[in-house]
Design a binder for this molecule. Sequence first.
Ligand code: SAH
Length: 233
Amino acid sequence: MKYFKQNSVIIFLLLFLYPLNSDAQDYTMQRQSMVETQIRNRGIRDASTLRAMRQVPRHLYIPENQQRWAYEDRPLPIGYGQTISQPYIVGYMTEIIKPKKGYRVLEIGTGSGYQAAVLAEIVDHVYTIEIVEPLGLTAKAILDKNYENVSVKIADGYYGWEEFAPFDAIVVTAAAEYIPPPLIEQLKDGGRMIIPVGSPFRVQQLMLVEKKGDRVSSRSLMPVRFVPFTSGD
Ligand code: SAH
């Protein structure tokens, strides 16, 4: 009889507590499964990238009416005609710059702030620039709440962020017609930049740019489709 009572107390507590927690638990489970199936199983093996993506609550970086799709295998609209990249692309672009503690990274195209958060889990400081003011301000609010090592600026990212240059790595998340020379300038010797290059609304090439002394080399990694790099001019 006593045993039965104890069990009913536990069952009662579980029934009572479960609904309170279910959303958060559900998103945590969806996130772990997203990292396994979409990121790790497709070949992203950098431990710090996987850890960061298991950690950052992607659903909190997108508008409420989109949150239930946060962990699906696709980009999602974030307003103003912009999108948060597909999780795999975020994992790929993070791993390829070989992020480490001690690094200072520049991101062009803050958007939702999600890519900046993933980087901030790994490197010392993330500087991120967004051209659409309301997007930049929304992202800044959530990034400020969660990270002390992210700086957000509303500006045209074409010109980089001279004041904090040079950067160990640069991540560009909007497709440019060509690689902006100021960004190459602001890349550290030995640094890496990842950038989609090509015409707006057509298939572009994700390019890896490496700077070694005076030599700048670049190679295409894969076809991608990003929103266009716009100019404030
Ligand atoms: N990294 C983002 C992806 C956002 S999509 C994320 O994780 O959600 C690309 C973003 O680049 C858009 O928000 C767009 O407004 C911004 N963008 C386009 N051209 C830009 C420019 N010249 N300077 C800064 N941001 C720019």
